[in-house]
Ligand binder design. Structure first.
Ligand SMILES: Cc1cc2nc3c(=O)[nH]c(=O)nc-3n(C[C@H](O)[C@H](O)[C@H](O)COP(=O)(O)OP(=O)(O)OC[C@H]3O[C@@H](n4cnc5c(N)ncnc54)[C@H](O)[C@@H]3O)c2cc1C
Length: 427
């Protein structure tokens, strides 16, 4: 008898939306399995808010198990797929687990490609996971403390106080704005830091920030960041990073010990192992999200280059498209199981938004171009609406409201455990 198991790999925007849609519609004699490396889904667009201490890290993640009713959840990493035998292998807490499937859906996003430039892997800080966001916040607080500890006139003060963000896309713009606000607010607690000793530089090798948005909004984002004191440099290509500086293609050097890397992604190794067709680092799919005409393996979200029938182009790697593809693929999978034909993915973007710090943002929503407070409020309302439960929505709303009236939390959370107290040199 055919194994009636549908396995979804990846508990991000795409995987969770798909599984929740299928729970209601997949025939009862089918088993649904979700495999994901973490037991929670991360709201990546809110990671810059964690860096800037506008929300607690626990509030940008949502546990997967309470979202699921009939799905078997396996916390594990997919490592191997034997497609001819319709079998996969994943590593779990207790070792390796083999599973058979009739349909496999890949929704495992992309990996950060941190070794994109010489020195970046050793010295750059990626922003992809909630752990990255917390690490960056701690690092920035360490740097601020270090500025105070260095002697007056020591050039190291400049290196500690200067944060460089590489990449002028959504995450680069948002993290630069969040950091500028966070450092300015936090400075009051570091009396030894003088005015002008803390700074943020945003480097972007394109002509303007946020190339995904209409030109006026990219320019508005740049202006908004500059008003907050961010040194925005477009057409600035980084060629090397070391422990104390960043070198640009024009030969200039910026002194900075903290470099945040928001550029560069690489394909998940499992996609390579499967030998699937790849387009610019993503699995190239057919218009209905199947990876080929065998229609037993499907892909969506960031990991997939899914054609969009609306404009004939490839869907961008954004949360909005990941969710739209998941809803569409649920329809297609149910149709396919019933022997009906599948439909090409077709979705008109509702717009895009980015924050540039507290109370400021840019948005292109339903054809309207907004910037400033209205765009920022729209951004917050949208991501609040996407949170999975009322309780979580309420907690975030309270926290956001709190941060409107009170200064940013500058707690530098140490992860030192008791038995490490005397051996560790980390502060
Ligand atoms: C800092 C940042 C800011 C962003 N800002 C915005 C924004 O403002 N607007 C916007 O639209 N988009 C934004 N994005 C992009 C958006 O987050 C992604 O488009 C979206 O998360 C894609 O969803 P996904 O489900 O395809 O992948 P992901 O959300 O990356 O989820 C992939 C999941 O797969 C799991 N996984 C990976 N490999 C394996 C494996 N081998 N086995 C099992 N599980 C695996 C991961 O743990 C993860 O849970 C931002 C991204 C980042 C990093």
């Amino acid at each position: 008898m055919q194994d009636r198991t549908l396995v979804v790999v990846g508990g991000g925007f795409a995987g969770t939306t798909l599984v929740r849609a299928l729970e209601k519609r997949l025939p009862q004699d089918w088993q649904l399995v979700l495999i994901s490396e973490e037991s929670y889904t991360t709201f990546n667009p809110m990671l810059p808010e964690v860096v800037g201490a506008a929300v607690f890290p626990e509030h940008v993640i949502a546990p997967l198990r309470p979202m699921l009713t009939r799905t078997r959840f396996i916390m594990g990493r997919l490592t191997e797929v034997e497609r001819s035998a319709r079998r996969l292998r994943c590593t779990t807490l207790t070792g390796q687990l083999d599973l058979r499937f009739a349909h496999l859906v890949l929704a495992f996003g992309t990996r950060a490609h941190i070794d994109i430039l010489p020195g970046m892997a050793e010295h750059g800080l990626p922003l992809k996971l909630v752990g990255d966001a917390l690490h960056i916040r701690n690092k920035v607080l360490q740097r601020m403390a270090s500025v105070e500890l260095c002697e007056e006139g020591d050039p190291a003060r400049r290196e500690h106080g200067h944060i460089v963000v590489v990449g002028g896309g959504f995450s680069g713009v948002e993290v630069a704005g969040a950091l500028a606000d966070f450092m300015r607010e936090g400075q009051r607690y570091y009396p030894g830091i003088r005015c002008g000793e803390l700074s943020v530089t945003l480097l972007h090798d394109g002509e303007r920030l946020l190339p995904e948005l209409p030109a006026p909004l990219g320019l508005a984002a740049g202006r908004s960041l500059m008003q907050r004191g961010v040194d925005v440099r477009v057409g600035a290509r980084v060629v090397q990073v070391d422990g104390s500086s960043v070198t640009l293609a024009d030969g200039s050097r910026l002194s900075a010990r903290t470099v945040i890397c928001t550029v560069g992604t690489r394909i998940n190794p499992v996609a390579q192992q499967l030998g699937l067709p790849v387009l610019r680092g993503r699995i190239q799919t057919l218009p209905d999200c199947a990876v080929d005409t065998a229609r037993d393996v499907w892909a969506l979200g960031d990991c997939a280059a899914v054609p969009n029938a609306v404009d004939g182009g490839v869907s961008p790697p954004t949360a909005q498209f990941a969710v739209a593809q998941a809803r569409h693929l649920a329809d297609n999978l149910v149709a396919h199981l019933k022997g009906h034909t599948t439909q090409p993915f077709s979705y008109r973007s509702k717009g895009m938004m980015a924050t540039t710090g507290h109370h400021k943002g840019v948005a292109d929503a339903f054809g309207l171009h907004l910037s400033g407070l209205s765009a920022w409020l729209l951004w917050r309302a949208y991501y609040l609406s996407r949170m999975p439960s009322f309780g979580r929505k309420l907690r975030i709303w309270v926290e956001w409201t709190w941060s409107l009236f009170f200064p940013a939390d500058i707690t530098h959370l140490r992860f030192t455990r008791t038995h490490e107290v005397d051996s560790t040199t980390q502060c």
